[in-house]
Design a protein around this ligand. Sequence first.
Ligand code: SF4
Length: 284
Amino acid sequence: MNTSYLPETINLHFLSACEMGCTHCFAPFVDCGKLSLSDLKALILKLAQAPRTLGMPKARRLNFVGGEPTLHPHFLELVQYAHKCGLSTSIVTNGYSLIRNGIPKELKVLELVGVSIDSLDHARNRKIGRVVRQNTISENQWYLFFGELSQMGVSLKINTTITQHNVNEDFTDFIRKTNPSRWKVFQAMVVRGQNCKGAEHWKVSRKEYDSFIERHLNVGSALCAEPEELMRGSYAMISPDGRFFDSAEGYQRYSDSILEVGIEQAWNQVQCDADLFLERTRNY
Ligand code: SF4
């Protein structure tokens, strides 16, 4: 049974496809189908109409995540639709297609773009799997991209997942120069049935993760540390086939279909710890 109300930010993993192949990726959704465009819109409308917690000043935020959101054939249409429904919108992207093809003007409606950057080193990114046909994104390309986002008035968040490959990398200069609203640093999480094969080659201990965080405390208040135990069971997440899921027990546990049983019943079938959620979001 759930211990909390539906949080203000919902992560909609609306597709599993991605042009990259990070070894630690916990979102290949090997056990999921997908929703049609009309079902996705029906789901978004339901989320927009769901009751909100008293005292929450901002609109509920729908965070489009994947896989890689920009690869969905109706990505722009869905972002615009969510915005029209009154939701605040954001995405988490690997940046590849937005840098290669430019940022569509339709994305001006976004409140926030989160970019996943695990390394600034070409060879290291290749080891991580953060690569598309041998191409990685250079530091310079990130600076140009962030400049465009800033001109559009969209806030920037950087996500970095710590594995054996990057645990000794120093991001201090990069974070100071780019000055994101938040820099979320995750301890790579092993999820049974999704990314556990070969995990011994990339997972880091809590001690190794903490040493990375300690080395970066001087970047300032943008740094948000998320060790594994803080992440598990503290996010509201929806799978590509329209079910809430959690990873509190180390594997992805799914609710019934939200469109079939409704938000309240489906939400009560997964675990989200209100205290962990508040601790995780206290800097937002
Ligand atoms: S870029 Fe993100 S979605 Fe794509 S493989 Fe890497 S972690 Fe997974």
